[in-house]
Write a protein that binds this ligand. Structure first.
Ligand code: HEM
Ligand code: PLO
Length: 484
């Protein structure tokens, strides 16, 4: 199936007719770990056949940079999969959309909405701080009882993104939030995991529990977003564009009649674009906050260092703001270390070659699926000192006065044409949520002494297994409140 004349291809795993390399990909390890282990035997870059589709795994940062940056355009497409097609209405929206003018247009519309929020009174900092206030209130109301914080973090990130998309928010007891948390979880557990249907599309013709679950969850999501869209649409005023939906509706009005079919702005395209931003906005940040809290439970000495820095640089008479980021270096380095050791997307989102190209000395034909193994890049022992260890100090200079990048083998948000578009927002949320929480609360393990598992569950988002902890108001915070 591959032309061979004068061409060199990456080492390929053994493969059989029809099944391809499937029998050799059977492992109890999670995909990113398994791919990292295969590196020992097959090298930094190797290939396999997932049934009928030819796939290449890239495990090393200089090759990954070649794919994402240097030849970014050649590899900027996405493979079509049964599961991502279900989520995205056959490739609409941004994240699972083919490389081309349509993808570019929606990406730009979202980016222009981000700039809308940078310089005005309802900016991200203000919105996030409002949500941090509600979050801290809700955590304080637990009065130090052991609890699972997932719902609170989910609500806080959902409301930030809801302000961005619709200029609205949810209340804590709104049923929509619980519904959303449930379907989102099901979607993450079933999406793009190279389950049978993604390898052999014909397998979807047979009854399949996971696929039915996925379809149901996507339907629930679409219903919920449609409801929101309907309410907001009635408020639309072309002279006052305030959020993502307004931007998209305005583009629709401006484009009407004069564009090719390829650049259509239909209600379904709008739904899928908002859906991507919503899903990405909620699931990524809340997941990273959970990972952070879990690591701080395991490493109380790191938590104490962060708190000491907050006490010294900010104190208790005011709450943290974004410009404190260059003061709270220990917190910043902890966030960087979390994004390294537990990347949100350990294999990024699968890329696809949209032209014949090459990686290093190897030929890569058009249509090849490319998995960038960010996990292996972030855990590469030739680039990182003791990569398995949680060490925030690795991002600080000797005097602990400056943030540093110890190696280039690090890109938690990807890079190149498909780089994450939410990095600025995500970093702002992570910093503010965590600094607000740690200024006020001590984190304690429940009475049974059980620490969170740091193993995680592989998926489009690498999630932590649910865990419980106690949020106890700090003595120094309480005293400061009393004397204020
Ligand atoms: C794509 C990481 C938060 C929106 C991605 C990719 C990564 C990533 C690794 C894939 C890059 C690739 O395939 O090459 C993260 C991390 C986050 C985060 C670590 C939080 C800590 C967000 C937020 C938003 C967002 C808050 C939106 C508000 C997107 C979108 C894409 C994307 C739309 C798809 C881009 C495309 O395919 O063109 N992100 N992300 N992300 N992210 Fe994020
Ligand atoms: C999360 C579950 C939602 O219900 C749907 C959704 C939409 C966009 C996805 C997101 C999920 C997971 C995280 C993704 C995001 C697009 C970009 C982001 C994959 C599946 C990342 C980290 O790459």
């Amino acid at each position: 199936k591959l032309g061979t004349l004068g061409k060199k291809y990456p080492t390929c795993l053994p493969h059989l007719p029809i099944l391809g390399s499937l029998p050799y990909l059977n492992s109890s390890d999670q995909a990113h770990i398994f791919f990292t282990k295969l590196k020992e035997k097959y090298g930094h870059i190797y290939a396999f056949w997932l049934g009928p589709s030819y796939s290449v795994v890239v495990n090393q940062f200089s090759l990954a940079k070649e794919v994402l940056l240097k030849k970014g355009k050649d590899f900027a497409s996405r493979p079509r999969m049964v599961t991502t097609d279900i989520l995205s209405g056959s490739g609409k929206g941004i994240a699972f959309s083919q490389y081309g003018p349509q993808w570019r247009m929606y990406r730009k519309l979202v980016q222009s909405t981000f700039s809308l929020f940078k310089d005005r009174s309802q900016n991200f900092e203000k919105i996030i701080c409002q949500e941090a206030t509600s979050l801290c209130k809700s955590l304080a109301a637990t009065q130090g009882q052991a609890m699972d914080p997932a719902m609170d973090f989910f609500l806080a990130s959902a409301n930030v993104i809801c302000q961005f998309c619709f200029s609205s928010s949810w209340k804590q007891d709104d049923k929509d939030i619980e519904v959303m948390m449930n379907f989102s979880d099901t979607i993450i557990k079933n999406l793009a995991k190279d389950s049978l249907v993604d390898i052999f599309p014909w397998a979807q013709l047979f009854p399949n529990k996971e696929l039915t679950q996925l379809k149901e969850s996507v339907m629930l999501r679409n219903k919920l977003l449609e409801k929101k869209l309907k309410i907001q649409k009635e408020k639309f005023n072309i002279d006052s564009v305030n959020n993502l939906l307004d931007t998209l509706l305005k583009a629709k009005v401006n484009h009407n009649g004069q564009v090719t079919q390829e650049l259509e702005i239909t209600d379904e395209h709008i739904l899928m674009t908002v859906g991507d931003i919503f899903g990405a906005g909620v699931e990524t940040t809340s997941s990273v906050v959970k990972w952070c809290i879990a690591y701080l439970l395991h490493y109380p000495q790191v938590k104490e260092k962060i708190q000491k820095e907050i006490d010294q640089k900010i104190g208790f008479s005011r709450t943290p703001v974004l410009s404190d980021r260059n003061q709270l270096l220990y917190l910043e380095s902890t966030i960087r270390e979390i994004l390294r050791i537990r990347p949100v997307a350990p294999l990024l989102i699968p890329h696809m070659a949209c032209a014949d190209s090459s990686i290093g000395e190897y030929t890569i034909p058009k249509g090849t699926r490319i998995y960038i193994n960010l996990w292996s890049i972030h855990h590469d022992p030739t680039e990182w000192d003791e990569p398995e260890k949680f060490k925030p100090e690795r991002f600080l200079d000797k005097n602990k006065e400056q943030l540093i990048m110890p190696t280039a083998s690090y890109f938690p948000f990807g890079c190149g044409p498909r780089v994450c578009i939410g990095e600025f927002l995500a970093r702002a949320e992570l910093f503010l949520f965590l600094s607000w929480i740690l200024q006020r609360f001590d984190l304690e393990v429940p009475d049974d002494g059980e620490l969170p598992s740091l193993e995680g569950e592989f998926g489009v988002v690498y999630q932590i297994v649910p865990f419980k902890l106690k949020f106890k108001l700090r003595k120094s915070w309480r005293e400061a409140q009393l004397s204020a």
